[in-house]
Design a protein around this ligand. Structure first.
Ligand SMILES: [Zn+2]
Ligand SMILES: [Zn+2]
Length: 183
């Protein structure tokens, strides 16, 4: 028997207290029966963040559940603190602190974590609206919250590349920024 979603939420709170000093941001924990070769997944868009776990996987490997949840929580923590979604140095350091040894779990050679491939955050510096994107926007865009009705260059979205958090341009001058190297 795998824990109920309510029990997962309690487990989350316990792990948060024990390993993150309560600083892992709020996450909704849910099962997703459609996962086939993924044990867990985190989705960074929306509040709270969403962690989904495979019920099939944990019926088979119940002992892996806590580790998988912890793994996804480290992602949530890295994202909240550093806007980092990878398995780089920060992730690994925190992983060791939590006593996890491998970024992979009991799935043999299958990479169990089917993570968001989104690499860019578009952020409105005026109202803090944020959205994640796989690609840089190809055409001008502006904050949909500051001007709900139409494109408005007074409300540009800054484009952050998720690994370094260095702005690479804004959605208003995105095309210019893209050619920066050639000038
Ligand atoms: Zn991961
Ligand atoms: Zn805005």
């Amino acid at each position: 028997m795998i824990p109920s979603e309510a029990d997962l939420q309690l487990l989350f709170a316990r792990l948060n207290y024990r390993f993150f000093n309560g600083e892992c941001p709020d996450c909704r924990i849910a099962y997703n029966a459609r996962f086939s070769n993924a044990a867990g997944r985190i989705t960074y868009t929306g509040h709270p963040l969403l962690i989904e776990l495979s019920p099939k996987h944990f019926q088979k490997y119940p002992q892996a559940l806590e580790e998988t949840l912890l793994h996804e929580m480290i992602h949530a923590w890295c994202f909240a603190k550093y806007r980092d979604t990878g398995h780089g140095a920060r992730f690994k350091r925190k992983m060791r602190e939590c006593g996890l040894t491998s970024i992979y779990h009991d799935l043999g050679n299958v990479r169990p974590f089917n993570e968001s491939s989104k690499r860019y955050i578009l952020r409105c510096e005026q109202c803090a609206f944020e959205v994640l994107r796989r690609k840089k926007p190809g055409k001008p865009a502006s904050c949909p919250r500051c001007d709900k009705r139409r494109f408005n260059p007074n409300f540009p979205l800054t484009i952050y590349e998720i690994t370094g958090l260095e702005p690479v341009g804004t959605t208003v001058d995105g095309l210019r920024a893209a050619h920066r190297g050639e000038r």
